[in-house]
Design a protein around this ligand. Structure first.
Ligand SMILES: Cc1cc2nc3c(=O)[nH]c(=O)nc-3n(C[C@H](O)[C@H](O)[C@H](O)COP(=O)(O)OP(=O)(O)OC[C@H]3O[C@@H](n4cnc5c(N)ncnc54)[C@H](O)[C@@H]3O)c2cc1C
Length: 410
């Protein structure tokens, strides 16, 4: 079977990998290049226990409070764009305990095979920097610690890995850089993290070794339909014929879905990051919880990333907003290395109003499968998404854990 995957991010490449591994004839196109979207610009955490959807109870109040501060972790750009307003109102409707818990349940279930599939990729020879020593969420506020501990307890009950509350002293024993403002932490010893660049490159290499052709600089803009609703080809500068199409276009998915006649509400949640060349300075992967900043200690650099900005569909950097990330690092960590400020980068998380990915066939075009909208979990969920796409395309089966993510739920 000939399959065209549109989008060479973690999700598109994982889909290509699992399809090709079962013998499909796969081509990948990307308007930029391998990992040209969010898949190189993230914290690289593989965290089934952090499956809570973004729309959460109390998010509205928090975002209103934060909107007055330019370097806050969450920012909603004021807009009159009807699409953006509709999206935000829909997201607000999901900020209630029932939807949050249902979303958490669905995401934990989807994540059930996450570690197993990462292990499988490594066993099959994909080489990338992968750390298995767990993560520490650190807190300066006791109420926030209790809230997070409650969410992690719920994730654990639903099947995610264990977590334990640590005193400030115990947390400092794990990470001596923690400053005295830190009042406690939550340790999640089974969670993992990776180097995002290494991961997408390893996926792309493995795909190419299996004969997958990857074409950069090819933007899909149009489609050709058969009389039976089947899509025959996708067009950009070139024309790409296939038997099945996988739309894995991250934050850009709404536009392409419209080409196929389906409205899918995916919008960008912009995040920023810095790569600090201070290998060895930080021992443990840390989540600076109130500031919502992830600290990822990689072999050659420490990556700091965070912030969520709604309303922009570009990767322009707001220096004040990005600077908030460095400020937080200095607030939580004593002895954070000084030195020249590295250049910040921006990445676009593919967000949906209910905080859940979109995974399944288009309503009127059975041979088009969408795999997008993974928000804060696109690296974590890439392998399981790719494996489910394989099931859908090659066996016309939808595993039960994928049904909550159907595109026709909107
Ligand atoms: C600051 C930050 C931190 C994050 N931290 C984590 C984390 O720790 N753990 C985690 O699991 N996730 C994290 N994420 C989220 C994760 O990065 C994303 O969910 C994930 O990268 C999405 O992957 P994707 O393949 O769906 O999309 P992308 O990687 O964005 O790929 C989509 C690709 O489609 C291409 N494309 C778009 N439109 C077209 C078109 N019409 N034709 C051809 N090509 C097209 C783009 O060029 C792009 O390469 C983070 C994100 C950010 C921004």
């Amino acid at each position: 079977m000939r399959v065209l995957v549109i989008g060479a991010g973690a999700v598109g490449l994982s889909s290509a990998y699992f399809l090709a591994a079962e013998g499909a004839d796969v081509t990948v196109i990307d308007m930029r290049g391998i990992g040209g979207g969010a898949s190189r610009r993230n914290a690289g955490w593989v965290v089934p226990s952090m499956s809570g959807p973004v729309p959460a109870p109390g998010m509205l109040l928090k975002s209103l409070r934060w909107m007055t501060k330019r370097s806050s972790p969450l920012y909603i750009k004021p807009t009159l764009d009807p699409g953006a307003v509709r999206f935000l109102l829909a997201m607000l409707r999901h900020c209630n305990p029932q939807d949050f818990e249902a979303g958490l349940r669905h995401l934990v279930a989807l994540n059930a095979r996450t570690f197993e599939l990462f292990d499988l990729l490594q066993d099959r020879g994909l080489v990338f920097e992968f750390h298995r020593q767990g993560l520490l969420q650190v807190f300066t506020d006791r109420e926030a610690l209790h809230e997070h501990a409650e969410e992690l307890r719920l994730s654990e009950e639903l099947g995610a890995g264990p977590s334990a509350v640590l005193s400030a002293q115990a947390a400092r024993a794990e990470e001596p850089l923690l400053g005295h403002g830190v009042i406690g932490a939550i340790s999640s010893p089974e969670e993992r993290y990776l180097d995002p660049d290494g991961f997408v490159d390893a996926l792309a290499d493995a795909c190419q070794r299996m004969g997958v052709k990857i074409h950069a600089g090819e933007r899909a803009t149009d489609a050709e339909f058969g009389t039976d609703g089947i899509v025959r080809a996708v067009r950009g500068q070139s024309r790409w014929e296939a038997d099945a199409f996988v739309v894995a276009t991250g934050a850009w998915t709404s536009d392409l879905a419209l080409t196929f006649g389906q409205r899918l509400p995916v919008r960008a949640g912009k995040g920023y990051g810095f790569d600090v060349p201070t290998a060895g300075a930080v021992r443990t992967a840390l989540y600076l919880a109130e500031a919502k900043v992830a600290v990822t200690p990689l072999e050659a650099r420490v990556r700091l990333s965070g912030t969520m900005e709604f309303g922009a569909m570009n990767e322009d950097v707001d220096p004040v907003r990005a600077g908030g990330i460095l400020e937080s690092a200095r607030r939580y960590l004593s002895g954070w290395p000084s030195g020249p400020t590295p250049r910040p980068w921006a990445g676009l998380r593919p967000m949906t109003p209910d905080g859940l990915p979109i995974l399944g066939r288009l309503t009127h075009h059975h041979n088009v499968i969408v795999a997008a909208g993974h928000a804060m979990l696109g690296i974590t969920l890439a392998p399981v998404t790719g494996d489910i796409v394989r099931e859908m395309v090659l066996h016309d089966r939808t595993p039960s854990e994928a049904t909550p993510f159907r595109p026709d739920r909107f």
